[in-house]
Design a protein around this ligand. Structure first.
Ligand code: SAH
Ligand code: SF4
Length: 487
């Protein structure tokens, strides 16, 4: 099968930049909605002091499984994947067996196919060596072995971070970030205190309807939900790269593009496949699902009693400010989000993580630290402080390292466990959301200026202590309505 590779260089990224595609939202911010600003949406799952020695060499682009369409945009390229054939990795249990029966094939072929998909991370039917040619042709006709048409991988942090831009069959672009953490510390027995880890941050949607104004994915707006296989194939691609270096993925975090709890069925299917010993075989406790606060989704998770970690992107303990930083707060305010997270911790016995992006002069004051301590005191919770990644088009900046350290100390004094997270990948200039945003092209200057103004005005209102009173964007309203219908 023909394979196509995207270049690993930023120069090639620039080639596509000229295409002015799918930027409906950024061209003209709607009155009465929060404008989406670009941010880096970088996976904040980092260690406070990861050693700097490089463990990963320069990567080459992963092979692609199908002729790739012209790259388009993560945003609004289409609401659905255009190739109707389901991806093999996303099939629910039993589906393959039923299909094989229909083809007059023995059931044991299912195991061979799944081995190819999960153990060898096959990307084409040619790689399913154990299968007879007619069966391969049948699979090719009805399924995609790989739902990712092409990858572009760029390496940063001296090899410790690899960002992949994935091209999907309809031209949508999504990102994943692979972070390497070398072993560190020595116990008395000579073994490392902290074992080597390889963490992958994956996307659950192309774009995002929530529109947090410090997030690059938020600026793109909502494109579409990813299929289960499109989520899982990000993992398979990273595993394939790792396997070539005799490494294995140790952790998967849903902290890439999109709001996982607004695509919850598929995210749950993906987690099931990841933690199934017959498929990916990763311990479910090594999975983190992050949400901006979709309360019905959190409640649904609680009923399911999953053993993965739930992370809540809080970013502010006060409603007026959170209305601006996380527009979903206008529907489910701080108290509801924290109450649902608290119930989740109680039922599952699992500590909830709170993510808190630190923005200078906006949410990093002593008042904010005290409000956060008061909110979470006594809870089974931990706060991760993440200095905001620099992003284009925003009037905001990251809090200074001194402010972040002070904020963390104040939280600890208030009885709240807190860790300062170091961001990964800044030297590559982009991470989750930002690469796709770059591809979508630069929005017109007046739109950018308008956006900045809006954010400054909204922040001023919030900092005075007034709630925004602004409505949800149409996309977010639709997503939220979908949630309600699910209940
Ligand atoms: N939508 C989900 C998961 C994806 S975002 C959520 O919001 O939780 C994953 C994390 O990246 C969130 O905590 C988000 O707030 C954070 N993030 C987004 N933009 C960022 C930026 N510019 N700097 C630092 N963290 C950012
Ligand atoms: Fe970005 Fe997450 Fe906010 Fe969506 S919910 S805009 S992905 S930070």
């Amino acid at each position: 099968m023909h394979r196509r590779q995207l270049s690993t260089t930023r120069a090639r990224v620039g080639e596509y930049r000229a295409r002015p595609t799918g930027r409906a939202q950024s061209d003209a911010p709607r009155a009465g909605s929060v404008a989406c600003l670009p941010c880096d949406n970088r996976c904040p799952v980092t260690e406070p002091s990861a050693p700097a020695e490089a463990s990963a060499g320069a990567t080459s682009p992963a092979p692609a499984s199908a002729p790739a369409p012209e790259p388009a945009s993560a945003s609004r390229a289409s609401r659905h994947a255009t190739d109707p054939r389901p991806g093999l990795s996303g099939l629910v249990e039993g589906a393959l067996e039923s299909w094989l029966a229909g083809e007059g094939q023995p059931a044991y072929r299912a195991r061979q196919i799944l081995d190819g998909v999960w153990r060898r991370n096959a990307q084409t039917t040619d790689e399913l060596h154990a299968l007879p040619t007619p069966l391969r042709a049948g699979l090719e006709r009805d399924f995609r072995v790989d739902t990712i048409a092409a990858d572009e991988v760029s390496v940063s942090d001296r090899g410790l971070t690899e960002k992949a831009l994935h091209l999907l069959s309809d031209g949508a672009l999504v990102e994943s970030v692979l972070m390497h953490y070398p072993a560190r510390g020595r116990g008395e027995d000579g073994r490392p205190e902290h074992r080597e880890r390889h963490t992958l941050c994956i996307s659950s949607q192309a774009g995002c309807a929530v529109g947090c104004p410090f997030c690059a994915t938020g600026e793109l707006g909502f494109g579409r939900d990813l299929e289960t296989a499109e989520i899982l194939d990000q993992v398979r691609h990273a595993s394939r790269r790792l396997a070539a270096r005799q490494h294995r993925l140790t952790n998967v975090v849903f902290m890439g593009m999109g709001e996982p709890l607004l695509n919850l069925d598929r995210v749950l299917e993906a987690v099931a496949a990841l933690s199934d010993p017959q498929r990916f075989g990763l311990g479910v406790r090594h999975v983190v699902v992050s949400t901006s606060g979709v309360v019905p989704g959190i409640r649904r998770l609680t009923q399911l009693n999953p053993q993965f970690t739930l992370a809540i992107s809080l970013h502010a303990a006060r409603d007026p400010l959170r209305d601006v930083l996380v527009p979903l707060n206008r529907r489910w305010p701080v108290a509801e989000v924290v109450a649902s997270a608290r119930a989740h911790a109680r039922v599952t016995g699992r500590r909830v993580s709170y993510e808190y992006v630190m923005i200078s002069g906006v949410n990093d004051t002593d008042v904010d630290a005290d409000a956060l301590s008061a909110l979470l005191r006594g809870d089974l919770a931990h706060v991760n402080l993440i200095p905001m990644n620099p992003v284009a088009h925003t009037p905001w900046q990251a809090s200074s390292p001194e402010r972040v350290t002070h904020f963390a100390a104040r939280l600890r004094d208030g009885g709240i466990g807190a860790t300062v997270r170091r961001n990964r990948g800044q030297d590559a200039g982009a991470a989750c959301g930002q690469l796709a945003a770059d591809r979508a092209g630069e929005p017109p200057a007046p739109a950018v200026a308008h956006r900045r103004e809006l954010i400054v005005r909204q922040s001023e209102v919030a900092l005075r202590g007034d709630r925004s009173g602004e409505r949800l964007s149409a996309d977010l309203e639709a997503a939220v309505a979908g949630q309600r219908a699910d209940r």
